[in-house]
Design a protein around this ligand. Structure first.
Ligand code: GLN
Length: 505
C-alpha cells in the first residue's frame, strides 16, 4: 500500500483506467496514511473517509462498465482547502466564526472536482479566513511541516501543502490572495500554482480580498498540477469576475516542456526580488536554478521592476480594505457563531460580542486596518495611493514582459521558519509574501516549483516563475523543462527525500 501513496496523480489515474489498481484501494491507502500521520501533521480540519470511498467506488464502477473516464484525474484523491464550500461537509475557513456551518451549496471548483471523478478526502487547515503565512492563525491549531515538525508549512494554505508533502494526498486545492498557494508550496517542497486572476471561479470561495483571491492547483509534480488546473479552470457565469476565454493549454505545455530545452526563451531575473533579508541558502538554490535554466538554453536577462518595492505595503492596504468589507457579513445573524443572544441584549451587542469571540487577533487587525484605510479623510491617502501603486506594478510587469517571456525569483525569502518564531512580529510574517505579492496585485499567472534544498538548513526552496495574464502555459512549460533537468541533476525528484514521518504521537 505504501507505494500507492508515492505515485503521482497521473500515474494513479492511468493505473485505475488500466485496472491495475482500484480507486477504492488508492483511497484506502491514503486514508490509512492520514490515520497514521495526522496526529503529527494536522493537515486536515475535516476528513470524510466514507464519502471518499463511495466516490472511489463510483469511479471503479465506471471502469468496470467500460464507461469513459470522467476526466484524466478520475479516481485520484484530493485535499480541499477549507475556504471552498462543499455540500454535506463543514466549511470553517479556520475560524471559530464558522464552526459547525454547513454550506448549502458546492463551490464551482468543488463541483468541477466532483464531476471530474476526483475523490475528495477532506478539508484542509488554513490561517483564519486565509490571512497569514504559517497556518498559526487557524483557530484549530497549526499544521506542521512534514520536513520538520517544529516548523511552519507556510500559509494560508499550509494544510493543503503539508498533505502533499506528507503523502496524505497526491493533489490539493489551495487559494492564493498574496501567496497562499505558492509560499506553502515553496516551504514544503511541492508545486503550487496561482492561475491568472479570473480564470478559476471564485463562486463558493469564501471571500477575503475579492480583487486578489484565486483558487489553484497544488501537487507534487508539474504535470499533476497542470491536469488539476484544467479540471478547475474555465468560465463560470456565477462569478462576475470570471474571464470568458479559453483555458490556457497548460497540460500540453507541461507534457511538451518535460522533454524540451528552453532555446529561444528569454527569462528575466527580477532585481528587486533578491538581496538583503533573503536567506543565503535560498539565494544560492535560486541561482543554481537560474544556471540550470541557462543550461537548458534560456537567455537570462536582469530585469528591474522598481515598483515591486512598494508591493507589500500597498497589498497591506488593499487586502485589509477588501477584507473589512467582506467580513462584515459575519454579523451573528446569518452564519455560524452567535454569542450572548438573550432578551437583555440588542442586536448590536450580540453582533459585537460574537465578532469579539469569533475572530482571532490577525483577522481583527486586518479589519481595523482596512476600516481605517477606507475611512473618509484617509481614503485617498491610503486606499487610493495603494491602488495607484497597483497600477505601477502592472506597468512594471508590462514593460518586463515586453523584454522577456517569463520572470523568475525565489518564491519566498527564507525556508520554513519555526512555529512561534514570527507570531509576535506581524511585519516579519508579512515579509514571507514579498516575492509573491506582485503577481497577485497584477493578476497574472505565477507558480512555485521546488528548486533544491537550502545549504543553511536542508529545507526546500522554491523557484517562482511568473507569466503574463492568460499565458499560464508559459510558466508550466518552463517549470516542466526545469523539473526534468533538476531530477536528472539530483538523481530523482526532490520529494522522495522527505524523511519518512515518525508516527509515534
Ligand atoms: N500571507 C498573505 C496574507 O496574510 C497572503 C494570504 C493569502 O494569499 N491568502 O494576507
Amino acid at each position: 500500500m505504501t507505494d500507492l501513496i508515492r505515485l503521482t496523480a497521473a500515474e494513479i489515474a492511468a493505473k485505475i483506467q488500466a485496472k491495475e489498481v482500484s480507486a477504492v484501494e488508492v483511497a484506502r491507502a491514503h486514508l490509512d496514511r492520514i490515520d497514521a500521520v495526522e496526529p503529527a501533521v494536522h493537515a486536515f480540519l475535516h476528513i470524510d473517509g466514507d464519502r471518499a470511498l463511495q466516490a472511489a467506488k463510483a469511479v471503479d464502477e465506471d471502469v468496470a462498465a467500460g464507461r469513459p473516464a470522467a476526466s484524466p484525474l478520475a479516481g485520484v484523491p484530493l485535499a480541499l482547502k477549507d475556504v471552498l464550500t462543499m455540500r454535506g461537509a463543514p466549511t470553517t475557513c479556520g475560524s471559530k466564526m464558522l464552526e459547525g456551518w454547513e454550506p448549502p451549496y458546492d463551490a464551482t471548483v468543488t463541483l468541477r472536482l466532483l464531476e471530474a471523478g476526483l475523490v475528495i478526502l477532506g478539508k484542509t487547515n488554513m490561517d483564519e479566513f486565509a490571512m497569514g503565512s504559517s497556518t498559526e492563525n487557524s483557530a484549530y491549531g497549526p499544521t506542521r511541516n512534514p520536513w520538520d515538525l517544529d516548523r511552519i508549512p507556510g500559509g494560508s494554505g499550509g494544510g493543503s501543502a503539508a498533505a502533499l508533502a506528507a503523502f496524505e494526498a497526491p493533489l490539493a486545492i489551495g487559494t492564493d490572495t498574496g501567496g497562499s498557494i505558492r509560499q506553502p508550496g515553496s516551504v514544503t517542497g511541492t508545486v503550487g500554482v496561482k492561475p491568472t486572476y479570473g480564470t478559476v471561479s471564485r463562486y463558493g470561495l469564501v471571500a477575503f480580498s475579492s480583487s486578489l483571491d484565486q483558487a489553484g492547483p497544488c501537487a507534487r509534480t508539474v504535470l499533476d498540477a497542470a491536469l488539476l488546473h484544467e479540471v478547475i479552470a474555465g468560465h463560470d457565469p456565477l462569478d462576475s469576475t470570471s474571464i470568458d476565454a479559453p483555458v490556457p493549454p497548460v497540460v500540453a505545455a507541461a507534457r511538451e516542456g518535460a522533454n524540451a530545452d528552453l532555446k529561444g526563451l528569454r527569462v528575466g531575473v527580477v532585481t528587486e526580488l533578491a538581496g538583503e533579508g533573503y536567506q543565503p541558502g535560498v539565494l544560492a538554490a535560486f541561482e543554481a536554478a537560474v544556471a540550470q535554466l541557462r543550461e537548458l538554453g534560456a537567455e537570462i536577462v536582469e530585469v528591474s521592476c522598481p515598483s515591486f518595492d512598494l508591493a507589500l505595503p500597498a497589498y497591506y492596504l488593499i487586502a485589509p480594505s477588501e477584507c473589512s468589507s467582506n467580513l462584515a457579513r459575519f454579523d451573528a445573524m446569518r452564519y455560524g457563531l452567535r454569542v450572548g443572544d438573550d432578551a437583555t441584549r440588542s442586536a448590536e451587542e450580540v453582533m459585537s460580542l460574537t465578532r469579539e469571540a469569533g475572530f482571532g487577533a490577525e483577522v481583527k487587525r486586518r479589519i481595523m486596518l482596512g476600516t481605517y484605510a477606507l475611512s473618509s479623510g484617509y481614503y485617498d491617502a491610503y486606499y487610493g495611493s495603494a491602488q495607484k501603486v497597483r497600477t505601477l506594478i502592472k506597468r512594471d510587469f508590462d514593460a518586463a514582459f515586453g523584454q522577456v517571456d517569463v520572470l523568475v525569483s525565489p518564491t519566498t525569502p527564507t525556508t520554513a521558519f519555526g512555529i512561534g518564531e514570527r507570531t509576535d512580529d506581524p511585519i516579519a510574517m508579512y515579509r514571507a509574501d514579498l516575492c509573491t505579492i506582485p503577481s497577485s496585485m497584477a493578476g497574472n499567472a505565477a507558480l512555485s516549483i521546488p528548486c533544491g534544498l537550502s545549504a543553511c538548513d536542508g529545507l526546500p526552496v522554491g523557484l517562482q516563475i511568473m507569466s503574463p495574464a492568460l499565458q499560464d502555459h508559459r510558466g508550466y512549460r518552463v517549470a516542466a523543462a526545469y523539473e526534468t533537468a533538476r531530477d536528472a541533476a539530483q538523481g530523482g525528484p526532490l520529494i522522495t527525500r522527505v524523511p519518512e514521518l515518525e508516527v509515534a504521537h
